[in-house]
Every structure is written in structure tokens, then in C-alpha cells.
Ligand binder design. Structure first.
Ligand SMILES: O=C(O)CCC(=O)C(=O)O
Length: 333
């Protein structure tokens, strides 16, 4: 499923692009989920338009309007960004003015059966387990990142580990394009080999490199200020391809200066050496019911065990729905 050359690229570069991994049907499940998430923008507690937020961060007003979304304390973030002397708007040059959105949402798997099917029962768990040399694999969460045509907002370079309540780096992020993506419409970019820098960096909120919250980690280097000083790589991808990066790999994305959408979801998977850690500064997760303590394995229905399968052909998404009636009622997307 993963060739020796692909594994070597992942180990060396901290990122690898794998072609034709998902079926058309699987990509379609995710597109439908994203359409549903976007239709709830303004009414959901988890969906944000980061383009609109960035405008409000940089304008003179006091407040930041996020509709019903409450995962991030955007008011505090505005204060933090405005007092950060290194912070500046991260906007792509684009003669055509667009109004976004740069849409962000999380945890569709909790209510969307189609997302569960792909996250649990596609080729992805086996691929992730193989790249991580993991005996067991837990699914952590999905995140949605959509850039509408002519969305100028970049995704600030960042590293994922300190966003997550985990200890250990046996974790990968699978970036799943739902449209053809290249540098023109904001495909993700990766600092080659940065997973070996031996550093953990504080999270930012994607529209500025300003570290958010109370993370004790140091800020990520200002990659946007001197991109030529880093070995930055990207891949032109089609729906069905996936890009897998190591949790310590520094990455970001440009704006979308094209006429085409750039929709994507990313899935996070953790291997058996990862332990739970209520990490200071990590972004609060949504819809959690577990009571894990620091140092615990991720054994919880909140982090479904997606690999290995008890027998070939086993469908975890179906078993999950049968065991969790609340989830079984969710829409078939
Ligand atoms: O798609 C983007 O703009 C950012 C993606 C990202 O940071 C991630 O998947 O971890």
C-alpha cells in the first residue's frame, strides 16, 4: 500500500504525496460533508470564516463577530495579534478582489456517517499505520479548510503538535484535496525536513503567526518573511490523491488567487506510542466525553481505534453506528 520509496520520502522530508488513494465515492462523501458544514456557517459553534475574522482583527473596531462559533476566543486573539509587533496581515497579492470565505470547521465525523466511512474504512488507516510503524491507530479528528476563489488570506505556517492534547510524535495529518489543487489556488506547502528540527512550536490561529492562548512553546519561525531561506515543497494534486505530513512538519498555504475553489479536509491519526496530555495552550476539542488522564492511551470512543481491523472487510463505521444510536441517526452524506 505504501512503497519503500514513499516511506523513505516521508521519513526524510516529513511529507509524502500519495496518488489515487481515495475513490470518487469517498471524495464525494467528504464534499457533501463540507457543503453541509458551509451551509451552517454563522449558525454552527465550530465553523469560521477566517478571511472575515482576519479583516476584523486588522480593522479599528473593538469587537470580533463570529456568529455562533465559540471554539476560539477571537476577542482575546485580536488583542494578542494587535500587541504582537511582528504580526501583519498575511495576504496574497491578487488583482481580483474576493471576499472569501476561508472556511474552517472541525469534527464532522461526529455527526456525518460519510466522513466516518472515509476516516475509518478507506485505505487511509492502513497507510497511516504503515508510515508511522504503528501497531494500533486511533483517529483523532477531521478539520476542514476551504478557500473560495480569490481568497487572499494565507494559512500562516505552523506545526500541528502543540494544537493537540497528545504527548509523542507518532501522529500524521492526511490532507485530502476535494478539488484539483496547486500553488495557484493555495495547495499546502511544507518545509522539507522540519520534522527533524527537534522543536515544538506554539499554535497560531492561521491568519497570523502570533502564538495563541497560553502555550509555553516558542513561536514558529517567520517562514513568510523569508521563504527563500527554507526548502519549501508542494505537490499538484487531484481529488483522490492525499498528502501525508508528520505532526512536527512545519507547513502553511498561500491564498487562492485563481477562479477555482480549493476545498480540503484533513484527518489526524495517532499511533500506539501516543499518550493523552492535557497540553497547556492546545485548542479545545469539541464534543468530547472521555475522562482520559495525562499519560493514558487514547482508548475512548472519542478516538476510534481504526487499525488494525479485526478481520478483512470489517466496516468500523457501520459497527460504530450500530453501537452508538445517537450517531446512527446522522445524515448519510
Ligand atoms: O489547508 C490549509 O490551508 C491548511 C491545512 C493544515 O494546516 C492542516 O491540514 O494541518
Amino acid at each position: 500500500m505504501v512503497s519503500d520509496a514513499e516511506r523513505a520520502a516521508f521519513d526524510q522530508d516529513g511529507v509524502v504525496c500519495l496518488r489515487n488513494v481515495l475513490t470518487d465515492g469517498e471524495v464525494d462523501h467528504l464534499r457533501q460533508a463540507v457543503t453541509g458544514q458551509m451551509s451552517r456557517l454563522g449558525h454552527s459553534t465550530t465553523g469560521y470564516d477566517f478571511e472575515a475574522l482576519a479583516r476584523q482583527v486588522w480593522d479599528e473596531g473593538e469587537t470580533v463577530e463570529t456568529g455562533c462559533a465559540n471554539r476560539f476566543d477571537m476577542q482575546a486573539m485580536k488583542t494578542q495579534v494587535r500587541s504582537d509587533t511582528a504580526a501583519r496581515p498575511l495576504l496574497e497579492e491578487d488583482p481580483v478582489s474576493g471576499t472569501g470565505p476561508f472556511f474552517y470547521d472541525v469534527a464532522a465525523w461526529q455527526h456525518d456517517r460519510g466522513v466516518r466511512r472515509v476516516a475509518f474504512d478507506s485505505a487511509l488507516p492502513e497507510i497511516a499505520a504503515s508510515l508511522l510503524d504503528a501497531h494500533y491507530l486511533n483517529f483523532w479528528e477531521d478539520t476542514t479548510f476551504v478557500k473560495a476563489p480569490h481568497t487572499r488570506q494565507k494559512t500562516a505556517f505552523h506545526q500541528d503538535l502543540a494544537y493537540l492534547q497528545i504527548e509523542g510524535d507518532q501522529c500524521v495529518i492526511v490532507w485530502i484535496p476535494l478539488d484539483a489543487a496547486s500553488l495557484g489556488n493555495g495547495v499546502t506547502q511544507y518545509v522539507r525536513g522540519s520534522h527533524k528540527w527537534n522543536s515544538v512550536f506554539a499554535p497560531n490561529v492561521f491568519v497570523s503567526q502570533t502564538p495563541i492562548g497560553s502555550s509555553p512553546e516558542r513561536r514558529c519561525p517567520d517562514i513568510e518573511a523569508a521563504p527563500g531561506a527554507y526548502d519549501i515543497i508542494s505537490f499538484d494534486v487531484e481529488p483522490g490523491d492525499v498528502i501525508v505530513h508528520h505532526v512536527l512538519t512545519v507547513h502553511g498555504a498561500g491564498g487562492n488567487t485563481s477562479d477555482t475553489w480549493r476545498r480540503a479536509m484533513s484527518f489526524r491519526y495517532c499511533g500506539d506510542r501516543v499518550r493523552y496530555l492535557d497540553r497547556p495552550g492546545a485548542i479545545p476539542q469539541v464534543g468530547m466525553s472521555h475522562r482520559l488522564q495525562d499519560g493514558d492511551r487514547l482508548f475512548s470512543a472519542d478516538y476510534p481505534l481504526v487499525w488494525p481491523k479485526p478481520w478483512p472487510g470489517f466496516r468500523l463505521a457501520e459497527a460504530f453506528d450500530a453501537q452508538r444510536p445517537g450517531h446512527a441517526r446522522s445524515r448519510m452524506r
